[in-house]
Design a protein around this ligand. Structure first.
Ligand code: F6R
Length: 603
């Protein structure tokens, strides 16, 4: 992995490949490469470690001609970050070129066999077995050779293949790794991410698992005819709009994110919500006795808050797990359980794998997804889009707020199917309507938060803590700080401090504490006193008007008062800004933190 782009048409392919890869840069990568074909000339092949944006001028100076090409940005999984390991990979005669996202799990045995058969390998990647296998099966027709080669392969792939031996075509195939065809006027594109297509066309087709597409200059062919869908995202939404980083822009979009998630879905008079994506399963949901919420990373923390919301207000027992654990343990499940999968991208391999297992077991599967038409959105029985728009920064921020808003609506939806009365429903629904305005007010604290970040930027360790709805927020705050600033940070439940972590606390480890007004406010204050008694430094997120909290520290960030279950949607915002400002002060690559990819399409 990480980004794939292909072009065939009438224009010069090279600049289109470059800009396509640049549009996917947000996903993170460590090297890149291109192959452009022109008539029967020797293909132009270029592979390099580093960032495309830094080398763009040099690349354009190459003046590459040819209206067919494939490109790739690589995030290393098998084999180090080297020019040779960058894609495209090729066969023994440099005649068949392949770019690949995913992992070929049985590559070692395939490679050994191919070497025995006389093939020569020049990289350490799993991908390189693909061009050699295709070479082995090639008898003049590229798609036939690709089809045969893929039969030998175990693992996941989104691939593009091209060759001068069967010219004027790109063959695309996928299994568990996204590939999207863009249908332009006299041209076709294919990419692993719609972001690379939207400046060219909005007519797209999602390739399905085990499908193979053959793109020619003026026609394309797939095994199954499918109706095009329409991308509603704007290319402008994927621009920085004057912000220094996408992450800052996305945090600043918090109010719209909440508004977009809830727009047209809140029915005040009735204290209920309308989630059209659940209409087809609403009767089934009434019978459900238990839910499992499954997700990874930030989305998993959203799910943990969803558990607290649903248990408290809808009265349904909820279990939450990280997808990579869930699928390999032995959860006790029956048909009275529904499984809910939370994912921004809808392409996270672990979450998809868990979802597919649950489908096999016959469970009702629900998706809470941002990306329209993603694998998760298409494969779950029903679902709700979070409508957060494109999230470009690798670290998830606004998508988390979209997930929390959606989980709050799901809570009302399920609650109103059960014991929740109209008054209670109305209370939550009308507060959800007020929430974008409250998020706006929270964002006004940015300059204060920046100052606090300046004060604490040089600490090497941070502790985050909160209770109940704010326990997962503490974990999310710590995750965000570590992933973009590379500072060590951990999070815990406030009540857990005295069961171990308190041993760490002294003046060298600042504690970021979530202590908004809530039924367990006093309990949290006791935990904060434990920190102060050990000379720990406190940064506290508290509710406007709480003067008492100032006795504990001068570093208080105030958020507006809202309902207990909705407070996390506001309290997260200062934590995001805090992590952002620290990372900027430390000179980190905020939008593309090292070692991370935006959507993790490998297990
Ligand atoms: C952290 C982050 C990741 C993702 C996780 C799941 O900032 O972005 O932890 O939340 O990889 O991704 P999705 O939501 O696309 O399934």
């Amino acid at each position: 992995m990480c980004g794939i782009i292909g072009y065939i048409g009438k224009k010069d392919a090279f600049p289109i490949l470059i800009s396509g890869l640049k549009r996917m840069e947000y996903r993170g990568y460590d090297s890149y490469g291109f192959c452009v074909l022109k008539d029967k000339e020797t293909p132009f092949l270029y592979k390099k470690t580093g960032k495309i944006s830094e080398a763009e001028e040099t690349l354009l100076d190459f003046k590459v001609e040819g209206s067919l090409g494939i490109g790739h940005s690589r995030w290393a999984t098998h084999g180090g970050v080297t020019d040779a390991n960058a894609h495209p990979h090729f066969d023994c005669h440099k005649n068949i070129f392949v770019v690949h996202n995913g992992i070929i799990e049985n590559y070692k045995e395939l490679k050994e066999k191919l070497i025995e058969e006389g093939h020569t390998f020049v990289s350490q990647t799993d991908t390189e077995v693909l061009p050699h296998l295709i070479e082995k099966y090639f008898e003049g027709n590229l798609e036939e050779a690709v089809r045969k080669a893929l039969k030998d392969v175990r693992g996941t792939y989104g691939i593009l293949v091209t060759s001068n031996a069967d010219p004027d075509k790109i063959v695309a195939a996928r299994f568990s790794s996204p590939l999207i065809l863009g249908l332009g006027k006299d041209e076709f594109l294919v990419a692993s991410d719609p972001a690379a297509l939207i400046t060219h066309t909005r007519q797209i087709i999602h390739l399905e698992d085990n499908e193979l597409a053959i793109l020619k200059p003026n026609k394309f062919f797939i095994l199954k005819e499918k109706a095009p869908t329409f991308i509603t995202w704007d290319s402008e939404e994927a621009e920085k709009k004057g912000y220094a980083h996408f992450m800052l822009k996305e945090i600043m979009e918090s109010p719209e994110t909440i508004q977009n998630a809830t727009r047209g879905r809140l029915i005040i008079e009735d204290g209920s919500v309308k989630l059209g994506g659940l209409d087809s399963v609403s009767e089934q949901l009434k019978q459900i006795k238990r839910l499992v919420l499954v997700a990874c990373g930030t989305a998993n923390y959203a799910a943990r808050i969803g558990k607290y919301m649903i248990e408290e207000y809808a009265g349904i027992p909820v279990e939450v797990d990280v997808a990579s654990e869930f699928r390999y343990r032995s959860p006790i499940l029956d048909k009275t359980t529904a499984a809910v999968f939370v994912s921004q991208s809808g392409e996270t391999a672990d979450t998809l794998a868990a979802m597919r297992e649950m489908k096999k077991k016959g469970l009702l599967t629900i998706g809470i997804t941002n990306v329209v038409g993603s694998s998760q959105a298409r494969e779950t029985d029903a679902g709700v889009y979070t409508r957060s728009g494109p999230e470009i920064a690798v670290a998830s921020t606004k998508a988390f707020l979209g997930q929390l808003s959606t989980l709050a609506m799901l809570t009302v939806y399920l609650g109103r199917q059960r014991g929740m009365d109209v008054t209670e429903g109305k209370k939550i629904v009308s507060e959800l309507l007020r929430l974008p305005g409250l998020a706006e007010k929270t964002l006004e604290r940015a300059p204060e938060i920046e100052k606090i970040a300046e004060k604490y930027q040089n600490f090497k360790n941070f502790w985050f803590m909160g209770r109940k709805y704010h326990f997962p927020i503490a974990l999310e705050g710590a995750l965000k700080l570590k992933e973009i600033s590379y500072i060590h940070a951990e999070g815990s439940a406030g009540g857990e401090l005295k069961h171990g972590p308190l041993a760490l606390i002294d003046e060298n480890i600042p504690v970021v504490a979530l202590c908004p007004d809530s039924p367990i406010y006093d309990k949290m204050i006791s935990n904060l006193e434990e920190v102060v008694a050990r000379k720990g430094k406190l940064i506290i997120i508290a509710t406007e008007g709480d003067k008492q909290i100032k006795e504990l520290t001068e570093d208080v960030i105030y958020i507006p008062k809202t309902l207990d279950l909705l407070t996390p949607i506001l309290s997260t915002i200062p934590l995001y800004l805090f992590a952002y400002y620290i990372a900027v002060l430390l000179g980190r690559d905020v939008d593309k933190p090292r070692n991370l990819a935006k959507s993790v399409t490998v297990e």
